[in-house]
Design a protein around this ligand. Structure first.
Ligand code: 3VV
Length: 207
């Protein structure tokens, strides 16, 4: 088997490969749409059988909820960047290109499962990306907090199937109140800008 090179990115392994496969199923289901109507019942039964197999591996829900409190698992399974979560696109911010001013950057291209207006990204998905990336920026700035208020300006519809740059930056803190901004754009154009008020917990989070 050939080794991955700089031009052939490593394929995910283990549960990340499982999530990637499930993600590709979701994408293909929406892209195929009514064009697979004749085979839909048969394919649904096969997918259901796989879901049943996975269900048999899953621990009791309370145990799993307990595990998911761990920081490493919230990173792996969150719905925006989480490589272990098929719901995440995933947005790639592993190389945030931090300009030294606290700005975190990520890249993502969104397909049909994320459509709102025809050919464009659902506004709630943009809010999800913004909320999360601002949370990441706050975490990196050492001021993690819960979102109290999120304001978005939708300047232009966000196109599907185009690489988007998502940025976020912690701006200021006033006691436990944290002000953070973010953008979604491409090719020098800003489609969405956001401002968030986050509240730090009364008791600092454990590492
Ligand atoms: C802490 C965990 C963060 C995890 C980060 C991990 C590390 C980073 C790593 C990886 C990135 C992960 C990224 C995830 C990002 C996703 C974030 C989300 O989606 S969070 C879910 C949605 N948000 C909620 O569910 C909140 C629900 N609301 C609440 O729980 C409370 O209202 C809360 C915590 C926000 C505030 O409650 P209080 O009791 O702690 O604080 P009070 O005393 O009410 O307010 C403090 C000050 O803030 C003002 N304030 C509060 N809410 C406000 C609002 N909506 N508008 C304006 N001001 C508000 C108040 O007026 C007060 O101001 P004055 O000190 O008097 O000047």
């Amino acid at each position: 088997m050939s080794q991955p090179t700089a031009t052939t990115p490593a394929q995910p392994a283990g549960t990340e490969a499982l999530a990637a496969a499930a993600r590709s199923v979701v994408d293909a289901v929406v892209r195929a749409g009514d064009h697979c109507a004749e085979r839909a019942a048969e394919l649904a039964a096969r997918l259901r059988a796989i879901a049943d197999e996975l269900d048999r591996c899953a621990p009791p829900l309370q145990d799993r909820l307990g595990e998911m409190r761990e920081f490493s698992r919230s990173v792996k399974y969150n719905p925006v960047t989480g490589p272990g979560n098929p719901f995440s696109p995933p947005l790639d911010c592993t190389d945030p290109d931090d300009a030294g001013d606290g700005t975190v950057r990520g890249a993502v291209a969104l397909g049909l499962p994320y459509q709102g207006p025809p050919g464009h990204v659902h506004g709630g998905i943009s809010a999800l990306l913004m909320d999360h990336m601002m949370g990441v920026a706050n975490g990196r700035a050492g001021v993690p907090g819960m979102t109290a208020r999120l304001t978005l300006d939708y300047h232009r519809p966000v196109p599907l199937y185009q690489e988007l740059t998502v940025t976020a930056r912690h701006r200021s803190s006033d006691g436990r109140k944290v002000l953070t901004t973010g953008t979604i754009g491409a090719g020098g154009e800003t489609y969405v800008s956001a401002e968030g008020l986050f509240i730090q917990p009364r008791t600092p989070l454990r590492e």
